[in-house]
Ligand binder design. Structure first.
Ligand SMILES: CC(C)(COP(=O)(O)OP(=O)(O)OC[C@H]1O[C@@H](n2cnc3c(N)ncnc32)[C@H](O)[C@@H]1OP(=O)(O)O)[C@@H](O)C(=O)NCCC(=O)NCCS
Length: 182
């Protein structure tokens, strides 16, 4: 599978994947996604001053999934990003989600100054929870009646992953003052 950055020309793939009931019901998206809305989102993400990372996974030239890291906007939360991921139903359970998560975590840990990645996941989304746990995400609590889903207020878990080996600067040792000899 090829993992690459999303581009505005992927808009039809995003609309196709996000328009599937099994996908949007598990996200905070709505049915009937609009092409114009997704075009604007993808164009925004491609702006040079944006620090979001939006990836897609391609199999045989077809986009089958996407995953993104979106920095928290507050100055004091510059070490934090929100994560979103989706794989089209016919490609689920074949490792696409794992490959996308690996790429996001490598980027966060090695390049993006991120120490905390956070998300919410519906409490009955066993596959997503398993995927997140595999990458070191921990449960931090449960929000009750968090979002309307198919006419029912559904609960979500808050989950987050802290950098497993926070980077340290290898400063040269300070020269020690020498004691004058008498
Ligand atoms: C959640 C999602 C991204 C996972 O992607 P995927 O390509 O299906 O995941 P993978 O094939 O890489 O498998 C991920 C893990 O789930 C496990 N898994 C597969 N099917 C499962 C099932 N029915 N129940 C529980 N775990 C399952 C796999 O064994 C794997 O865990 P492991 O690596 O510890 O063995 C994908 O199913 C999806 O897009 N769902 C709809 C949208 C969604 O829920 N997004 C997340 C919102 S928080």
């Amino acid at each position: 599978m090829l993992v690459r950055r999303a581009r505005p020309a992927d808009v039809a793939d995003f609309v196709r994947i996000m328009g599937q009931h099994e996908v949007y019901r598990n996200l905070m998206q709505l049915p009937l996604p609009g092409e114009e809305l997704w075009r604007k989102r993808l164009e925004g993400l491609a702006e040079p001053d944006r620090h979001d990372l939006q990836l897609v996974g391609e199999v045989s030239g077809r986009v089958v999934g996407s995953a993104g890291l979106h920095p928290a906007p507050q100055l004091r939360r510059r070490h934090v990003a929100m994560l979103g991921i989706s794989v089209e139903p016919t490609a689920q359970g074949q490792g696409v989600g794992t490959a996308l998560m690996q790429a996001l975590c490598d980027y966060a840990d090695g390049w993006a100054q991120l120490l905390r990645i956070e998300l919410t996941v519906f409490t009955d989304n066993a596959r997503a929870i398993r995927l997140y746990e595999h990458f070191g995400f921990r449960h931090e609590g449960t929000h009750r009646a968090y979002a309307l889903r198919d006419g029912v207020y559904a609960d979500v878990h808050a989950m987050a992953r802290l950098h497993p080996r926070p980077p340290q600067a290898a400063w040269p040792a300070e020269p020690q003052p020498t004691t004058p000899t008498p």
